[in-house]
Design a protein around this ligand. Structure first.
Ligand code: ARG
Length: 590
């Protein structure tokens, strides 16, 4: 059987051991199949099957005493032979150590040259909607939205790579009550707004002005409320004013997305207005009265507010209309929401209610709230400017660019790179470090935003990894081998996995499919960052111990080890793929 891609080792082993255990112990239904990496000691093999002990426990409860070692032995006897496995060893109280076969590994890694770094095969191509970024119009896009943008984009890139069908949705807050006061203020300040576009460039200030009037002036407040009603019934003049305001925000948001190379389709809360009206009608029998509001309970501690006492709709209403549209009209299989962890209860309630009214069918749909912790400043307090304002994202990106350039100059890179190369390296480092430091932290925890930390060139940082990558790329360049030439050579030469350090690196690369599959389960990108870091450090170990290029005493190249150059190139290609998923843009010179 010809391999055309690296396959998931864990999945293969799980299948093999499921077969073995069900054959050896047919009386146990749903036996525990526990496959794990063996850790660092080569004595324990590469992977382990730790099912014997839990099986012995199950038998004990059934009143049968069987030694776990005996169980392990019996499992091993029943594993169908497979090219993946060199041998097994039963160790300790009943662990099964699994040793990978080098031939299999070589063949598996070689697919990279012929077919590229391909994703593991998926059982079914899913239609997935990822709702991320989603800032609010006229309010500042803050670091929380930056996290959502970075994490959401990376999830999309991963699922796209795996071959799913992804819709990237920006669920902007464009329909809330704040539009009443904004529109009323616009009408006062620029009465001819219908014929001449008003010059609002700074929506922040505009927002503050209207908020001040709203809080202080009863008359204005009334008009603001009336404006919301008119807007939500699609009065053309109000719609025009609303569009003008939205466009100003839209332009600002787009600058951020362009800089970070993020693609999104805007479909804000306003999109659901008629669907919300429809929804309320359909839910008539499910809604309960609560102090004038109409609420929907879904088994949680709080209900969704579907209709406010003044008859208006809420964030809850739009999310219920949206999930229904996504799962039933658009027929997505999977919907992912990326927001701060503070909204966890909102989404729990939403999912609970959606199940109750039959919108989510757990047998066919998957829904996830991908939450993340707050962004803190270096003082461990909420991320703010010195004067206590929220940090403007554009300023933050500018600072990143400045700091990245300083870093490159500190390393005297400006003396070796062309201005064009320097600029590319600067952007790669600046945006790369912001994205990577976010993704490399477990998203469930709060996260300290520190340029100093993210620009360090040691440890698990974008700078370290981008440098590691350029170093790897420079090896083949030194040997005068282009990627095309290397691909050519792969037809006549094999990757070598003889030396301990070659073998170690090869096995790390083989884990690529497993890492991706793990992330599709918990949607935690830091697994990928840890993996990339492991590739880089294992590569360094290999490179320190194994000559790829040998020189004589005057420095002339006397020997090029092609098998090792192939391993080097395979490493670079896996890294490139990981970088792509993480939204990093490596440069070959830095
Ligand atoms: N606009 C919201 C906020 O800034 C996020 C929206 C997330 N998506 C959703 N479907 N609720 O917090």
């Amino acid at each position: 059987k010809v391999q055309t891609r690296m396959q998931s080792i864990t999945e293969n082993l799980t299948n093999l051991f499921t077969t073995a255990i069900t054959a050896a112990f047919p009386d146990i239904t749903d036996p525990p199949i526990v496959i794990a990496l063996s850790g660092n000691n080569p004595k324990f093999g590469d992977y382990q099957c730790n099912s014997a002990l839990p099986l012995a426990n199950i038998y004990k409860q059934l009143g049968k005493k069987i030694a776990p070692r005996e169980i392990a032995q019996k499992i091993v006897e029943n594993v169908p032979s497979h090219e993946l496995i060199e041998k097994f060893e039963v160790a300790g109280p009943g662990f099964i150590n699994i040793f990978l076969d080098k031939n299999y590994a070589t063949n598996s890694l070689s697919t990279i040259f012929e077919y590229g770094v391909r994703p593991p095969s998926i059982k079914k191509k899913l239609k997935v909607l990822v709702d991320f970024s989603s800032p609010n119009i006229a309010k500042e896009m803050h670091v929380g939205h930056l996290r959502s943008t970075i994490i959401g984009d990376s999830i999309c890139r991963l699922l796209e790579f795996l071959g799913h069908d992804i819709l990237r949705i920006n669920h902007v807050g464009d329909w809330g009550t704040q539009f009443g006061m904004l529109i009323a203020h616009l009408q006062d300040k620029f009465p001819d707004y219908l014929v001449k576009s008003p010059p609002i460039s700074d929506l922040q200030t505009f927002y503050k002005e209207s908020k001040k009037r709203f809080d202080e002036d009863e008359e204005f407040k009334k008009r603001a409320y009336a404006s919301v009603v008119k807007l939500q019934s699609f009065d053309p003049d109000h719609i025009k004013a609303w569009e003008l305001i939205c466009n100003v925000s839209r332009k600002e948001f787009q600058k951020i997305y362009d800089r970070l190379d993020i693609k999104l389709i805007e479909r804000g809360e306003s999109f659901y207005q008629t669907r919300m009206e429809q929804l309320v009608k359909e839910l008539a029998n499910d809604l309960e009265e609560d102090e004038g509001r109409k609420v929907l309970w879904g088994g949680g501690t709080i209900p969704l507010t579907i209709v406010k006492s003044d008859g208006g709709f809420t964030y809850d209403t739009s999310d219920m209309a949206a999930i229904k549209h996504r799962l039933h009209e658009e027929k997505h299989d999977w919907v992912i929401y990326v927001t701060d962890a503070g909204q966890a209860t909102h989404f729990q309630t939403l999912f609970g209610c959606a199940k109750k009214i039959g919108v989510i069918d757990e047998k066919v749909h998957r829904v996830d709230h991908v939450g993340f912790g707050v962004v803190l400043g270096e003082d461990k307090k909420k991320f703010k400017t010195r004067s206590g304002d929220t940090v403007r994202l554009l300023d933050l990106l500018d600072e990143g660019l400045r700091r990245a350039l300083d870093k490159l100059k500190e390393k005297e890179r400006d003396k070796v790179l062309t201005p064009e190369e320097l600029k590319q390296a600067q952007e790669s480092v600046a945006y790369g470090c912001i994205k990577y430091s976010d993704l490399s932290h477990n998203r469930n925890h709060e996260y300290v935003f520190s340029f100093d930390k993210m620009l360090e060139d040691k440890g698990n940082t974008a700078v370290y990894l981008l440098y590691a990558y350029t170093r790897i790329k420079s090896i083949a360049r030194t040997a005068n081998l282009t990627p095309e030439k290397i691909r050519e050579l792969s037809k006549t030469h094999q990757i070598t996995l003889e030396h301990d350090k070659e073998w170690k690196l090869g096995k790390v690369l083989l884990r690529f499919p497993d890492v991706l599959l793990k992330i599709t389960k918990d949607l935690c990108l830091h697994h990928l960052c840890e993996y990339v870091y492991e590739i880089a450090t294992t590569f360094t170990e290999f490179y320190d111990n194994c000559y790829c290029i040998e020189r004589d005493s005057v420095g002339d190249i006397v020997n090029i080890n092609i098998g090792r150059i192939l391993l080097t190139e395979a490493t670079a290609m896996v890294l490139e793929r990981c970088f792509y998923i993480l939204g990093l843009k490596p440069v070959s010179k830095m």
